[in-house]
Design a protein around this ligand. Structure first.
Ligand code: PEP
Ligand code: MN
Length: 386
């Protein structure tokens, strides 16, 4: 792809620092809020939910680019105040869409992040103006834009002097009619491969319906999205726009809870719902972590036993392998802000117990073991003391 002078892949990925939270690094960032800002109370409730769920950004539209001129067009300037006050009162960043130079001028000094919507992805004048601000820009992929066109739109913003661009895949128009659009996770991955910029996913506008949003959101994080932008309304039935695709606060919270494990499974982190910082709440959380730790250690010791059977009477201690495990885990610990020394100490205990278990297995006399990889994995070892 030519002309990706600034948006094209570099030696390192761009990690944006958004008031202390990072986007594009290890953390998965959750952004949420209603499609349109409607009232102070609505925004306050939405902000409370986003912050309780571990989200960092409250997004709500005050200038809405609607397909029909008769649909609600947004509250305009009044809405900016509702959005910003609610966000900041909850320690969140405020994000809103800009649709033209005038709306950009109105919000630029007020909000923390601006969004350029799908319908304006190739509004080159607007892209250039967004590039002249110092605000992070969420750049949605156009309804029928190729990845190249999307990245070239990002290039416009970067070339105008603003390096803080966040790409957002939000579904493209296809022949499918059961969903509003088709979420293109392939394009999200291609964009991540071709560019150093963070890429987030908006499953709400892709789906157009709430039932499949949690699945799409989890798939996006599992696939490597740096963040999610999800529509949530305190009362979707009353929403002035995009109600059918707006999660309730309860659905949003459940999804946020599920995302914790999904992020973890792909070596990313997402803190998830905050349960308060009282001593009792923190101890309740640590109790859950402790049980999970014991469960993982138990699984490890079972594998140690299987490996012991597979080794039979062979050499038990393999110092070279122990050293390489320690080296790998120290490195992983460092990347997770955990003390490498703690992990090394813990593993010296685990190795000592493992050697003891395998020594006992080895001492039980010749053991005939079916050593095929598959059998070891399935735990279907054919042991016969003979
Ligand atoms: C929105 O985010 O509310 C919106 C209008 O999105 P899109 O530009 O992706 O349609
Ligand atoms: Mn919307």
């Amino acid at each position: 792809m030519k002309d990706l002078h600034l948006a094209g892949i570099k030696a390192s990925r761009t990690v944006l620092d958004l008031a202390g939270a990072t986007l594009g690094g290890r953390e998965v960032m959750l952004m949420g809020g209603p499609c349109a800002v409607e009232s102070a109370a609505q925004m306050y409730q939405a902000a409370q939910t986003v912050s309780e769920c571990g989200g960092k950004v409250l997004r709500g539209g005050v200038f809405k680019p609607r397909t029909s001129p008769y649909s609600f067009q947004g509250l305009g300037q009044q809405g900016i105040q509702y959005l910003v006050e609610a966000a900041h009162a909850h320690g969140l960043l405020a994000a809103t869409e800009v649709i033209d130079p005038e709306s950009l001028n109105l919000v630029a000094a007020e909000v923390d992040i601006i969004q350029i919507g799908a319908r304006n992805m190739q509004n080159f004048q607007l892209l250039k103006l967004a590039g002249k601000t110092d605000l992070p820009v969420i750049l949605k992929r156009g309804l029928a834009a190729t990845v190249e066109e999307w990245l070239m739109a990002a290039e416009y913003i970067l070339a105008s002097g603003n390096p803080r661009v966040i790409l957002c895949e939000r579904g493209i128009r296809t022949f499918e009619t059961t969903t509003r659009n088709t979420l293109d996770l392939g394009a999200m991955l291609v964009a991540k491969g071709l560019s150093h910029l963070p890429v987030i996913v908006d499953p709400s506008h892709a789906a157009g319906r709430t039932d499949i949003i949690p699945g799409l959101a989890k798939a996006a994080v599992a696939a490597g999205a740096d963040g999610l932008l999800i529509e949530m309304h305190p009362n979707p039935a009353e929403a002035k726009s995009d109600g059918p695709q707006s999660l309730t606060p309860e659905q949003f919270k459940l999804l946020a809870t599920e995302l914790v494990a999904v992020a973890h499974s792909v070596q990313r982190s997402f803190a998830g719902p905050v349960h308060g910082n009282t001593l009792a709440a923190l101890r309740a959380r640590i109790d859950i972590v402790d049980i999970a730790l014991v469960d993982l250690i138990a699984q490890r010791m079972q594998l140690v036993q299987h490996i012991g059977w597979a080794k039979g009477k062979g050499t038990i201690q393999d110092s070279a392998r122990e050293a390489s495990i320690i080296q790998r885990l120290r490195h992983a610990a460092q990347n997770m802000d955990c003390s490498p020394e703690l992990i090394e100490d813990l593993y010296s205990q685990i190795f000592a117990h493992s050697v003891q278990i395998q020594a006992e297995i080895g001492a039980k006399g010749p053991v005939s073991v079916s050593k095929t990889e598959d059998n070891v994995r399935k735990g279907e070892l054919n042991i016969c003391s003979a």
